[in-house]
Structures are given as C-alpha cells and as structure tokens.
Design a protein around this ligand. Structure first.
Ligand code: XMP
Length: 325
C-alpha cells in the first residue's frame, strides 16, 4: 500500500543505484517540488549533491533570500547561487509568444546548470563527475507536457517539454509519479518545515509567463510590486490555505483609460487569478471575499505606478489554464 515511508525508501534505493559514487546537481526554484526532490536526493546521496539556485530575475519579492535562508537552514544542503538575470533578460528580449518564452527559459536554465556543473568540477577536480540533474517533475507536469516526449499537449512545463535535445545530464526525477498533496506529505516526512512544504505552487518560468507580452526589467519590477501586495493581503486575510495559488498577471500590451487625482491615466490592467484545486489538473476560481478583493485593488492601483485597473479572472480550468501562458 502507498505510504510516504515506502515512497521514500523506494526512491532512496533507486537514486543510490542510479548515481553510484558520481555526483548530482539539483535546481532549486523556491517551490515545493524542487525542495522535496532535493531533500529526497540528499537523503540518498548526501554530499554528492549540490543544489543550484538560478536567480533568473523572474522571481517574486523576497524569494531568492528565502531559498538561501530557509532551505539551507532546513537541510544543510550545499547551495550554489547563480546570478543569471542579465542572461535571461537578454534571451527573452523581444519575445512575446508564451511557448517561445517557456522554451527559452528552459534552455537558459540548462545552460546555467551546465556552467554550474563545470564550476563545481573545477572547484573539486579530484572528485567524481557531475552527471545527474535532479528535477522536481510531478505527474501532472508529465501529463500536461505530453508525457515528456517533447510535444506539448497544453504547455511546455520548463522541466519537461522544454529541455534542449543536446542535454548533457541524465535526469533524476523522483517525484514523477506523485501528485502535489503526496509530494507535500513526502516533504513533511523528510522533515522540511511548513514554510517550504505548504507553499503555494509557483511555476519554474516564474513571472516570465505572467507578463502577457514582452518581458522587460521594468515590467518585472511592476509585476513584483503588484504580486507582493496581493500576497500580503491574502495572507493577512488568512486565505493562504484556502486558495491553491493566486497568479497575478500583468497585461503589458493592454492599456485602458482611467482617472486618478485630477488627471487622465492610460495604464495597464493587473489580473488576479485566485484558484482552488486538488492537483492543478482542474481548478475552479476562488470565491474570495469582496472586501479582500477591494483592498487588493485599491492598494495596487494606488501604489503601483502605471497600473490603473485590477480585474478578476472568473474562469475555471478547463477551459482556462491556471497560468495565463
Ligand atoms: P496550468 O497553467 O498548466 O498550471 O494550469 C498548472 C500548475 O502548474 C504550474 N506551472 C508550472 N510549474 N513549471 C512548473 O514548475 C512550469 O513551467 C509551469 N507552468 C505552470 C502552475 O503554476 C500551476 O500550479
């Protein structure tokens, strides 16, 4: 029968057999999946694992610091942080198509990992080669990305459909058969704290797929501010456990007319996309209290320059996906 203990024992044995005495790296995204995958692999191979956190500049406010602090404190894992903001921004320059963005982000991730791999080898040249890449791919990611065949049915999750063909790593994907709630149980059993295990999902491509239109530094800054306000108010209202996640999306190519103070404005809309779900395969829009929505809307339009409208997405999945891209 299915128990978290069995899953852990099975995966630990499988990972040990697969890796042997070689070394692995694991990309940490700040999310639950990569954290649990990393903790599981660390349990299996200990210091043969190095975690790599790619700061691609598409993270939300405070996220990089949280990974550096909380995850290392909880696991004692070896962590390498790579500042790759410039690299991702220039690769994404001029690109608006969602699938193209996802492919670029997936590709750049791998390139950065390859570079990190070379650095890890250079730092400890006598050691075994770094041949394995750990990914926190879940069952729904596999299904929605076309079973890892590279043909996206719906969208290329960066950790499945978006990998380049000349990948230099062998993959370790210990969560490939699990759903999110199971991953959370495994994480808990592995001793990860609630701040990590109960985190709401956040996509690997980050805010890059929450800007409808081209991704620029200014737009990222703007979206980060709006997102931080929405998160702060949802947390203050005690709604974190009730909603599955709440993407905040910037419609960067849309402007609408508004009025503020004594003048006309012509700014961008921000979309709130709170959803409830069991496993992200299907979802319903969350019926958030109107006063919470009002507070978020007032604060965002007052505090975020160039945003003059906040709209609520009232679409279930299907037909909408959770993310807008
Ligand atoms: P969609 O938009 O497909 O999202 O309904 C389903 C769930 O997956 C998350 N998501 C991703 N997670 N890499 C990830 O690790 C990705 O490329 C990716 N795209 C979407 C999304 O936030 C939701 O929880």
């Amino acid at each position: 029968s299915w128990t978290t203990g069995n899953v852990i024992d099975e995966q630990v044995a499988a990972i040990q057999a697969q890796v042997g005495t070689k070394r692995a790296i694991c990309g940490l995204s700040g999310g639950v999946d990569s954290a649990v995958a990393a903790a599981l692999v660390q349990k299996a191979i200990g210091s043969q694992l190095t975690c790599v956190y790619v700061d691609h500049g598409l993270m939300r406010q405070g996220e990089t610091e949280q990974v550096e602090k909380d995850f290392v404190a909880a696991t004692g894992v070896q962590l390498k942080v790579v500042d790759a903001q410039e690299r991702f921004l220039s690769a994404l320059a001029g690109v608006s198509d969602p699938e193209e963005k996802r492919k670029i982000i997936g590709r750049e991730f791998i390139r950065v990992f390859e570079q990190a791999q070379a650095e890890i080898v250079a730092e400890a040249p006598g050691d075994q080669p770094v041949e394995f890449l750990v990914q926190g791919t879940l069952y729904p990611d596999v299904v929605e990305s076309g079973g890892g065949t590279g043909t996206a049915n719906i969208k290329s999750h960066h950790n499945v459909g978006g990998l380049p063909e000349d990948l230099e790593f062998q993959l370790i994907e210990p969560l490939r058969k699990l759903f999110k709630d199971e991953v959370r149980m495994v994480g808990q059993e592995l001793g990860l704290p609630d701040e990590i295990v109960q985190r709401q999902p956040f996509p690997g491509p980050g805010l890059g797929i929450r800007i409808v239109g081209e991704v620029t530094r200014e737009r990222l800054d703007l979206l980060r501010e709006a997102d931080a306000i929405a998160r702060e108010e949802l947390t203050a209202a005690g709604l974190d456990r009730e909603i599955w996640q709440c993407p905040v999306v910037l419609l960067a190519d849309v402007r609408s007319v508004g009025v503020q103070g004594d003048g006309r404005t012509y700014g961008h809309p921000i979309v709130l996309r709170p959803v409830s779900s069991e496993d992200a395969m299907t979802a319903d829009w969350s019926r958030l209290p109107y006063d919470v929505l009002a507070k978020i809307s007032t604060r965002i339009t007052n505090e975020v320059a160039d945003v003059n409208r906040v709209v609520l997405d009232v679409t279930s999945k299907p037909p909408g996906t959770i993310e807008w891209e």
